[in-house]
Design a protein around this ligand. Structure first.
Ligand code: RFL
Ligand code: PHB
Length: 388
């Protein structure tokens, strides 16, 4: 027997879960389909930095209790190059701050909130497929434990990340893709060690980029630029600590409890809507992690989509739905530019190109000596204002 809902949501990442929550608060019914297990999505270590706007969005939606208690608010960050550190006073320059709170913690909070509503959130579904997206009656089909299911919807939200089926369901002739793959990756570790500073440190070094961030006062999250297909077997703990020491100038060692390599790409799919299918977050765009924007961009998309769907279901008005892609892409491209710029300024691209080195140092030096340049960085880093 087919089931009916207003919005079929594919994916229980930050985008899908936040959308489900905002829709519920607006009295709109949804079904969330996730192909992984609950422990998997709650244990997946990813982003850690929330813009002030993302924090405000979660708090206003009633999802902020633990975030406000356990999140670490930061008023600034450090840039390190040529052996010296320089602070960027985010709060002083913009009046806004950022918050460190693990993405998987936000996901846990949102899963708990969803389950509390009693509304459907199905884990470990298989073979999710989208149908009739260009009509007013799109459908989703999937299987679970060998049983076939069908869902009739008014709208489908593709919140299924970069590898999900939603973007692929758009007809190839309407989809344009813009992409840049970088010639490096990040080797990330989580270590039982107190952070070396109470703020983040972004370091440019002749050996490559490094970033010191954290998850708590006793858990450090550290990243090192490495080769795109880096073999982790070549990175025993001692080599990781030595490289971090060299690039950051200082390090607190401890037990490494997670290690992984993340590729770096910039990617945008346009448009973000086709018929009754709306793409959000990583399903539509990927940014390199240097600017810490992926999850924040997902939150920004979801805000627009939730408002558009609220207007549609309340009055039948499609004006905001029709502008969804245009509104989101404006922000997406500004954030793409910022993430690309941060990446370009801080990573080692080629072997030993002295021109590249000098231009990067000049760029960083401009930030140190120009309040205007620092302000431009800070405004983007803490997050651009929302258009709607
Ligand atoms: P997600 O989180 O990938 O969620 C998509 C969900 O869809 C599910 N799915 C399916 N479900 C059903 N059927 C299918 N066929 C499905 N295929 C996929 C997936 O299992 C998943 O649960 O996308 P979403 O919600 O758009 O959220 C995006 C963010 O996760 C991502 O942009 C960030 O993690 C990126 N990112 C960072 N973003 C920040 O804002 N700040 C940061 O500090 C930051 N640091 C990072 C990052 C990403 C990293 N990695 C590992 C990619 C640091 C790293 C290392
Ligand atoms: C993180 O805390 O994982 C993090 C912070 C800042 C970034 C990227 C990742 O730019």
């Amino acid at each position: 027997m087919p089931v009916r809902t207003q919005v079929g949501i594919i994916g229980a990442g930050p985008a899908g879960l936040l959308l489900a929550h905002l829709l519920h608060r607006a009295g709109i019914d949804s079904v969330v389909l996730e192909d992984r297990s609950r422990p998997h999505i709650e244990g997946r270590i990813r982003a850690g930095l929330l813009e002030q706007g993302s924090v405000d969005t979660l708090v206003e939606a009633g999802l902020g209790a633990r975030l406000l208690r356990e999140g670490l608010a930061h008023d600034g960050l450090e840039l390190r190059f040529e052996g010296q550190s320089h602070r960027i006073d985010l709060l002083g320059l913009t009046g806004r701050r950022i918050t460190i709170y693990g993405q998987q913690e936000a996901v846990k909070d949102m899963v708990a909130a969803r389950l509390e509503t009693g509304r459907p959130l199905h884990f470990e579904v298989e073979e999710v497929a989208l149908h009739d997206i260009a009509t007013d009656h799109p459908r989703l089909t999937w299987t679970k434990d060998g049983t076939a299911h069908e869902l009739h919807c008014d709208v489908i939200a593709g919140c299924d990340g970069f590898h999900g089926p939603s973007r692929e369901a758009m007809p190839p002739e309407v989809l344009r893709v813009y992409e840049r793959v970088y010639p490096f990756a990040w080797l990330g570790i989580l270590a039982e060690a107190p952070p070396i500073s109470h703020e983040l440190i972004y370091a440019r070094h002749a050996d490559g980029f490094a970033l010191a961030t954290m998850r708590s006062k006793i858990l450090s999250r550290l990243y090192l630029q490495c080769a795109p297909e880096e073999d982790l077997a070549l990175w025993p703990d001692a080599r990781i600590w030595e490289a971090l020491q060299t690039r950051l100038g200082v390090v607190n060692t401890g037990k490494i409890i997670r290690k992984g390599v993340t590729g770096m790409r910039s990617f945008v799919a346009e448009p973000m809507r086709h018929g009754r299918l709306f793409l959000t977050g990583d399903a539509a765009h990927i940014v390199p992690p240097t600017g810490a924007k992926g999850m924040n961009l997902a939150v920004a998309d979801v805000r627009v989509l939730a408002a558009a769907l609220a207007a549609f279901f309340r009055t039948g008005d499609t004006a905001l739905m029709d502008r969804y892609s245009e509104i989101c892409l404006k922000r997406v491209w500004k954030v793409q530019r910022f993430s690309w710029w941060m990446t370009s300024m801080l990573h080692r691209y080629s072997g030993d190109d002295p021109f590249e080195h000098r231009v990067q140092v000049a760029e960083l030096d401009t930030l140190v000596h120009s309040e205007a340049a620092r302000t431009a960085l800070a405004e983007q880093y803490v997050g651009l204002p929302y258009d709607i």
